[in-house]
Write a protein that binds this ligand. Structure first.
Ligand code: FAD
Length: 390
């Protein structure tokens, strides 16, 4: 993309520092750069476009309407959608192996399975294409000053460096370092809740060169207090995610115990996953925790705003964490239009408008998780909600 026209506009505009070059940070950099701001992104990891392995959470995610709208605004929707796999329905797997589809909406409606790493790479490249944007990797934010906007980073050489910006956008995820300054302020509300469930990811390889199951579905094995889901990938694999209470994970310590467990609850998946691969994947990493974070306000004076998981980490049972984070960028952009880029007026409005919506998403995600645990014998009705076409 040629964005040379943005170069002149940035000369008179604020210098915006985006902390975190994950999904929301890299998209946000595009939004600010498109408006002509000078944008500097600081990401603690190395550049994932050159990295051999990409550490992090879920391998793929469900992209839905609200996320697509934000991508569209910076001209990225088609590029991302072209690498996504439509999922028109959930496919429910019973213990006896029977499968039944439950559509997401009307005919033709679907959500998309997209690879996290590719999405992040594409967004970083799109941000970098703006001449007013600079990406800095291996820069971990340690602290910043709300008075001066000076940020302290641990740089690639292990030394601390200080960098100044007019405005800081905290997109540094659920354990945000940007948010620490908010916590020191009076009248900042904050809560975090870890749920008793953890998750592990398993890979289902292709079969005879094709997907091992029907590709255009989000597969779900609902098992009352726990469940497994599977989303398709472009390389014809599926990423299966097993969500289960930590205390159940802790009971499975040997390959035999694992196979007994799968034989009892997910027998149809065993030949598709493969016994050896299943044992390897399951024990490769400990189960990962899931946290829900709520806070308010999202802005600090006219110096900083929090977006994405830094503002509202949600449990993944509604498939809306990233989508809501993408929508943050769009809503902020619309408010900047409304207030003619007057940050001191736009920021309180952003908090006023956005906090209730993000809290609602967090509540819906948690509600669906609680439903899952409480309605032990209620067949599938609760899973009808899983990953709405929102
Ligand atoms: P992150 O993705 O956490 O990115 C934060 C970035 O900041 C990272 O790159 C990190 O390295 C960097 N960083 C952290 N600290 C610092 C620092 N001090 N200095 C500089 N950089 C820093 N959402 C959906 O919409 N659909 C789904 O289907 C879905 N499925 C999910 C499944 C699972 C199992 C999980 C756990 C989550 C899922 N989510 C889903 C939620 C989604 O992953 C998050 O909402 C999304 O990643 C948030 O993006 P983010 O950029 O705000 O934060």
């Amino acid at each position: 993309m040629d964005h040379s026209s943005e170069k002149n506009k940035s000369a008179t505009k604020k210098k915006v520092a985006v902390v975190g070059g994950g999904l929301v940070g890299s998209l946000n950099a595009c939004f600010f750069a498109k408006r002509g701001f000078e944008v500097v992104v600081f990401e603690s990891r190395e550049d994932i476009r050159c990295a051999k392995t990409v550490k992090g959470r879920s391998i793929n995610l469900a992209l839905s309407h609200r996320g697509r709208q934000a991508l569209k605004h910076v001209g990225m929707e088609d590029k991302i959608v072209s690498k996504g796999i439509p999922m028109h329905a959930r496919m429910i797997h019973k213990v006896n192996g029977k499968r039944s589809p439950i559509p997401y909406g009307k005919k033709g409606q679907y959500i998309l399975s997209v690879g996290r790493a590719n999405l992040n790479k594409e967004l970083l490249t799109a941000a970098e294409a703006y001449p007013s944007t600079q990406l800095n990797f291996n820069h971990r934010l340690l602290d910043w000053s709300p008075e001066t906007g000076t940020m302290t980073f641990l740089g690639p050489d292990g030394a601390e460096t200080e960098i100044q910006a007019d405005f800081i956008v905290g997109c540094d995820g659920a354990f945000s370092a940007t948010r620490k300054q908010f916590l020191r302020r009076s009248r900042f509300n904050y809560s975090q809740t870890y749920i008793p469930h953890g998750y592990v990811e398993l890979t289902m390889p292709p079969r005879n060169g094709d997907f091992a199951m029907e590709p255009n579905f989000l597969h779900i094995w609902p098992r009352n207090t726990f469940m497994m889901i599977a989303l398709p990938n472009l390389d014809k694999t599926f990423t299966c995610t097993l969500f289960m209470p930590f205390e159940e994970f802790e009971k499975i310590t040997t390959g035999d115990e694992l196979m007994n467990f799968f034989q009892k609850y997910f027998p149809d998946s065993i030949p598709l996953l493969g016994v050896d691969a299943l044992k390897r994947d399951f024990f490769r990493l400990p189960a990962q925790a899931m946290v829900s974070v709520k806070c308010s306000p999202y802005h600090l004076n006219d110096k900083c705003v929090l977006m994405g998981d830094a503002a509202h980490a949600v449990v993944p049972f509604y498939g809306q964490g990233m989508n809501a984070g993408f929508e943050d960028c769009l809503v902020w952009d619309e408010i900047l239009n409304q207030f003619n880029e007057d940050f001191s007026a736009a920021l309180p409005e952003y908090t006023r408008v956005r906090v209730p919506d993000d809290h609602a998403i967090a509540d819906l995600a948690m509600y669906n998780y609680v439903e899952m645990r409480a309605h032990v014998n209620s067949k599938y009705f609760l899973f009808r909600k899983y990953l709405d076409n929102a």
